[in-house]
Design a protein around this ligand. Sequence first.
Ligand code: NAD
Length: 373
Amino acid sequence: MNVFGDIEQRGHEQVVFCSRSDVGLRAIIAIHNTSLGPALGGTRMWTYSSDGEALRDVLRLSRGMTYKAAIAGLNLGGGKAVIIGNPHKDKSEPLFRTYGRFVEGLAGRYITAEDVGTTVRDMEWVRMETKYVTGISKALGGSGDPSPVTAFGVFMGMKACARAVYGSDSLKGKTVAVQGAGNVASHLCDHLKNDGAKIVITDIYEEKAKAVARRVRGTFVKPDKIFSVAADIFAPCALGGILNDETIPKLRCAIVAGGANNQLLDEKKHSKMLIDRNILYAPDYAINAGGLINVANELEGYRQERALKQAEGIYDIIATILEMSTREEIPTYLAANKLAEERIQRISPIKHIYTGPSEFAGRLGELHRRARV
Ligand code: NAD
């Protein structure tokens, strides 16, 4: 395991190893880049097979957060944390409160949230020890479920794709094949129905998909049939890695635009396979940035209307990515990366002027206020 090599390879600023054997805590907090603002990203709890696997995961995920915040136009950097352990067996109040104290010790350089393997309840324990937590429940003054804002952003991004392919951003009469009938998919289907789209939907829990289909007058298909539905748009809203050697040849759509994270199993190879089939791909981390926009809004005192207004901007973000991709003849995921990097480079120099100790006070003011109540 080449710890510094792994850290330097992706250009991370700081990686913090947290350990307290008396409470069973082993955690790694990775701060990738804070040029735009404090690093924000969730805490994942997972049974990693080795410390090296945990380190690589947190380095990969935190770098992804830098790009997501930058492309979404947020004044946030990229960070992520992993707790090594079994989320079904190893959780306890002392473990999460101890972890919270490590987060507090970073004095706002890293702001955490829930992620795979952690829940709102766990974050409430973390919050007993640090104000640097976001994405908490509405009951505690947080923003609650981010999926309505994520879904609205996906819908707007989808419309930008439709304009690029069909010359109009109306989805009236267009067929959208939706994979997954969870939180994001369900809200997305409501927007699609209101815009006049025809919906075909699936889920491994068939009843869930059938219920959404009934509500939006759509059609249910079995999970393995969703790829080959004759559709205008395929919307992956379930798990990652679903654009791969096996599924791409089955696709009969012109656009892939959905809410799931890490849709391309291999970015380079599978984005090329989509281009070869003349299928436009909306980069996942740009089109699903509504979730991050939602928690970022919590830092300034949450109002859902403001979060939705910001998520509406995903239309322009996707349109800009598609224009760059066409102009420079590069895959859309590379155009998104380039735009994110350009924003970081443009904004970083303004931070050279020191504005005094209250620099982050505005951004973190709401967190401080909440911590006092
Ligand atoms: P969810 O758990 O509510 O829904 C996911 C659904 O997909 C579940 O109903 C599950 O049964 C179904 N599913 C899993 N595997 C499937 C398969 N092979 N075929 C068909 N259905 C399958 O999750 P969600 O919050 O709706 O998130 C969906 C995706 O969007 C995830 O990849 C998530 O990481 C991503 N995302 C979510 C948000 C958010 O705000 N919730 C934000 C950004 C990204």
